[in-house]
Ligand binder design. Structure first.
Ligand code: PMP
Length: 344
């Protein structure tokens, strides 16, 4: 059977599934479902199942508009921000064009580049973990991606570097703010002051709705309209939409309280790791990143103790590292105990 030739060498991107009692591997919200969203799930009308959702999710855009302060025409939504990143790459680049991505950063970017037929330029982060603006521009890429706070390093791009990048970019800068709620501040205002910024965000992290697959993007209406062409009318299902709307309107105190709690928890986790002699990076996300040689083996031994955390090897400028998601303290304690035993 004839299929797309350039896909033949692409392997499926399939994150490992490791069933463990304590799972801190995917940076999701470990405090349960926000209450209004849960109510929306229980009360979902049958018509949400039997009928198509309204195309381009106008009700969800209204709720997002109230939450973000951007007009609905500046917003688009998708099946997680994954989906919007993929749509944006298709909307802004022709196959064969180039995308530049800091390294290390969100691991799915190289995959999205490949399935969209793009050239991919990883650009090492600077030793201070900031983006290397000149090196990114020197790739000649038409689209520049920046993730801040960055997954997996948990660090942020400096405002000065971001502004220089945006002002000198030959095309769109895609700013991934999946973890923005946990940081000291968003850079979404760049969308208003510059014509070439698209910000992607998600309800998978601070809002606790990862399984519902709801993400959104913010940009000038001209940019958003192009992304919607790549998106098509129907994406997330009607129940996910109702849950997202409930969370965005009624669960904001719940979200805020847990974001605050994560800030405290991550500080405690960092201190405990430092007391062990490890050197976690400064974190502005809901996870802690700890580079050290032997991390892969330590993570494997932690899994034997029913604790799953994400381990990396061969990361540019880092080598091996652990990434530990922050959740209720008993989970952190379980992870720390397993880590201490695994490290011996
Ligand atoms: N961007 C970053 C940096 C992420 O870490 C993730 C989730 N791992 C995503 C985007 C995608 O999240 P979602 O598709 O659930 O919105």
């Amino acid at each position: 059977m004839r299929t797309r030739p350039s896909y033949r060498d692409i392997s499926l991107y399939s994150p490992p599934v490791v069933p463990c009692r304590v799972d801190l591997s995917d940076n999701t919200n470990l405090f349960g479902v926000p209450p209004a969203a849960e109510r929306a799930l229980r009360e979902a009308a049958p018509s949400l199942v039997t009928r198509y959702p309204i195309s381009y999710a106008p009700d969800l855009k209204q709720a997002l508009s109230r939450y973000t302060g951007f007009e609905p025409s500046w917003l688009t939504t998708g099946c997680g921000s994954d989906d919007l990143i993929d749509c944006a790459l298709r909307a802004f680049l022709e196959p064969g064009e180039r995308i530049a991505v800091p390294d290390p950063s969100f691991s799915m970017m190289s995959y999205f580049a490949r399935v969209n037929g793009l050239q991919f330029s990883p650009v090492p982060l600077r030793p201070d973990w900031d983006i290397d603006v000149e090196a990114m521009l020197a790739t000649g890429a038409r689209l520049l991606y920046v993730c801040s706070p960055n997954n997996p390093t948990s660090t942020v791009a400096s405002r000065a570097a971001l502004e220089r990048l945006v002002d000198s970019a030959p095309g769109v800068v895609l700013l991934d703010e999946a973890y923005t709620e946990f940081s000291q501040g968003s850079n979404v205002d760049l969308v208003r002051s510059r014509p070439n910024v698209l910000v992607t965000r998600t309800l998978s992290k601070a809002f606790g709705l990862a399984g519902m697959r709801v993400g959104y993007a913010i940009g000038r209406p001209e940019l958003v309209a192009e992304v919607e062409k790549a998106r098509g009318p129907y994406k997330h299902n009607g129940i996910a939409e109702r849950m997202a709307i409930a969370a965005l309107t009624e669960d904001l105190p719940w979200v805020k309280a847990h974001v605050e709690e994560v800030r405290v928890l991550r500080r405690r986790l960092v201190e405990a790791l430092e007391a062990m002699g490890l050197k976690p990076l400064p974190t502005e996300a809901n996870f802690v990143f700890v580079p050290f040689p032997g991390a892969i083996q330590v993570a494997a031994r932690m899994r034997d103790r029913d604790v799953n955390i994400r381990a990396f090897q061969g990361l540019t400028g880092v080598g091996e590292a652990l990434r530990i998601g922050c959740g209720p303290w008993p989970l952190m304690e379980a992870a720390l105990n397993a880590l201490r035993e695994a490290w011996r």
